[in-house]
Write a protein that binds this ligand. Structure first.
Ligand SMILES: [Zn+2]
Length: 174
């Protein structure tokens, strides 16, 4: 099967599997996601599955290395201030290629922007697990700083967590 055909077939299956009512309801009456999730683009990290979520449940922002710049912050702002999400989860994961690239100093072109953000977060740390945590913590801190004075987001909680790509478990950072 050609690659595009695989996508077409996948969509056919998706439609055939149902969920029509939920799609109609959210299309007609709008979305009210209960949480914002910022996570890596890694194909093994699928928030909707990790948290057993349905259409309209999660407002997901995915970017390699779960780094944050103004586009991601704008997306967070939209979901928190306009859709009413009260919880922001920054979700890192084990075996993150972006974190590994940062630690080994490999990454040219546009990837270098991602790597420099991760390096800023991890400093001199070269242990992948510790670096992953620091990268998540850095993102959590950044969100809290950027929105600390935001009048429409006074009671929004920001938390960090790490997803284990092998066991499927989420470890919550305190
Ligand atoms: Zn990753």
């Amino acid at each position: 099967m050609k690659i595009k055909e695989r996508l077409i077939e996948g969509n056919r299956k998706y439609i055939a599997e149902g969920r029509r009512e939920l799609r109609e309801q959210t299309a007609l009456h709008g979305q009210h996601p209960y949480a914002i999730v910022i996570c890596c683009s890694d194909s093994r990290v699928i928030p909707e599955q990790i948290f057993s979520s349905a259409i309209g449940d999660l407002f997901v922002i995915r970017v390699a290395g779960n780094v944050l710049d103004n586009h991601q912050l704008g997306s967070i702002e939209y979901a928190a201030a306009h859709l009413g999400c009260k919880l922001i989860l920054l979700l890192g994961h084990t075996g993150c290629g972006a974190v590994s690239a940062a630690l080994s100093g490999h990454g040219d072109g546009f990837i270098s922007y991602i790597i420099s953000d991760i390096l800023e977060a991890v400093g001199d740390v070269r242990d992948p697990d510790q670096a992953c945590r620091l990268n998540v913590q850095h993102g959590v801190n950044k969100i809290m700083e950027e929105f600390s004075e935001h009048p429409e987001m006074p009671d929004v909680q920001v938390i960090g967590a790490i997803y284990d790509i092998q066991s499927g478990e989420v470890t919550w950072l305190e």
